[in-house]
Design a protein around this ligand. Structure first.
Ligand SMILES: Cc1cc2nc3c(=O)[nH]c(=O)nc-3n(C[C@H](O)[C@H](O)[C@H](O)COP(=O)(O)OP(=O)(O)OC[C@H]3O[C@@H](n4cnc5c(N)ncnc54)[C@H](O)[C@@H]3O)c2cc1C
Length: 386
């Protein structure tokens, strides 16, 4: 009797986990594949969470394929609503919360990232929501039915996108940020000012240079106390101040962890046959919580798992900011890059270049009609990992 091969185990059913599975199946139809996910394992596109209101989407209609359909398409066993508790790299197995111990040939950690929470005081801090998956979105959408004003902590990409999306439901968003302008890490000052004025014109209110310190219940809603003493009254508070890669499982298993799970360009961790992809991974020092990098990683890792060692390549990877009030595409320079910004503002657009002293283009931001230049500009930039 032929023995059953030990499976490849993927932990996580987000875009990273499912893209590895799909790309792997293109090259290998037979090796057993098990996907373990603590959520419902329905396939959905996470970026849609922050423009779902405009599209009248519910948590249910955001699911493009349920777990059962994914299992049959991928010829995989999918264990939904099941958590991995522990990885034993010596024995090459994972312990699940249902008591099962699952051996692996190769283990792919596609664990995602956790929303960072501000240390808030007050009697309504438990009501502060974050939206980082479908279950979160379902809770958020349910609370919006009776909401007129939503306070959003964080005026970064995700906070600004939710603010713009709430306008589609006639809800007033109030953005609160310690920085002095929106998207401070992605846009130079001139572009940021334009972004702010277009969002304000659409109905978004901003409080900059302050943090929220308390959230207390008040008249069916909440009062958010800011560090300058100002109080924002809202029906709901959404926290969008950033994400932290999920690394506990890797750290407890003795894998090298820095900001994310440390992997090389083969997506291989410090332990043989254990890989990491997506928001939980730190690839050669880069943690890039966006879709394009995880697609590049997933394709490379699938080939490696199918037998052809393939290092990941990162071309310049622009990110679309989904704010219809001010269509924007950014390709931020690497954190360590030295250079300066130039801005060209016009009636209907804005082009910002971040260039090194010798003129090499290291990053850009484009707005309005200038977003059509994104591909041409990306093509001029050097690859992040060639
Ligand atoms: C609102 C929002 C809007 C965004 N918009 C954009 C955009 O416009 N463009 C862009 O490029 N990027 C965008 N992003 C970022 C992008 O969506 C993410 O980078 C990407 O979806 C991350 O995928 P992932 O598979 O790494 O993580 P996730 O999708 O978070 O998946 C992690 C998986 O791991 C599972 N898991 C975690 N721990 C365990 C455990 N112990 N046991 C079992 N399972 C576990 C979870 O259940 C989940 O299935 C956005 C993000 C958000 C939140």
């Amino acid at each position: 009797m032929a023995s059953i091969a030990t499976p490849i185990v993927i932990v996580g059913s987000g875009l990273a986990g499912y893209t590895v599975a799909r790309e792997f199946r293109r090259q290998d139809k037979d090796t057993p594949l098990v996907i373990v996910s603590r959520d419902g394992a329905g396939f959905y596109s996470k970026p849609m969470l922050s423009n779902a209101l405009a599209g009248n989407k519910t948590a249910a209609t955001l699911v493009m394929k349920p777990a059962e359909k994914m299992a049959s398409e991928l010829n995989a066993t999918i264990k939904a609503r099941t958590s991995v508790l522990h990885v034993d790299t010596a024995a090459k197995n994972v312990a699940l919360d249902n008591g099962e111990v699952l051996p692996y040939r190769d283990l792919v950690l596609a664990l995602g990232a956790d929303p960072i929470r501000l240390p808030l005081e007050g009697d309504a801090t438990a009501q502060v929501l974050s939206v980082n998956d479908l279950d979160d979105y379902a809770r958020f959408a349910e609370r919006l039915d009776a909401a007129k004003t939503v306070a959003i902590l964080g005026a970064g990409l995700i906070g600004c996108e939710f603010a713009n999306d709430l306008l589609a439901r006639g809800i007033k968003p109030v953005l609160i940020d310690l920085a002095d302008r929106p998207l401070p890490r992605l846009l130079p000052e001139g572009a940021s000012a334009r972004f702010r004025s277009l969002l304000e014109a659409a109905g978004v209110r901003f409080h900059f240079g302050v943090v929220a310190s308390r959230v207390d219940g008040f008249d069916g809603g909440v009062k958010v106390l800011l560090s300058n003493g100002h109080v924002v009254e809202a029906d709901l508070v959404l926290s969008a101040i950033g994400l932290r890669p999920r690394t506990d499982i890797a750290r407890n298993a003795g894998l090298a962890v820095n900001r994310g799970v440390v992997v090389n360009r083969l997506l291989s961790s410090s332990s043989a046959q254990v890989y990491a992809v997506g928001d939980c991974a730190e690839v050669e020092g880069h943690t890039l919580p966006f879709v394009m990098p995880l697609m590049q990683q997933a394709r490379a890792l699938a080939s490696t798992l199918a037998g052809t060692l393939t290092p990941v390549v990162y071309p310049a990877m622009p990110v679309v900011v989904k704010t219809p009030a001010c269509p924007t595409v950014v390709c931020p320079p690497p954190l360590t890059a030295s250079g300066s910004w130039t801005n060209e503002l016009s009636e209907d657009g804005c082009v910002s270049h971040f260039s090194a002293e010798d003129g090499t283009l290291l990053g850009f931001a484009v707005m309005g009609t200038a977003t059509s230049q994104k591909q041409a500009l990306a093509a001029r930039m050097a690859a992040l990992l060639a």
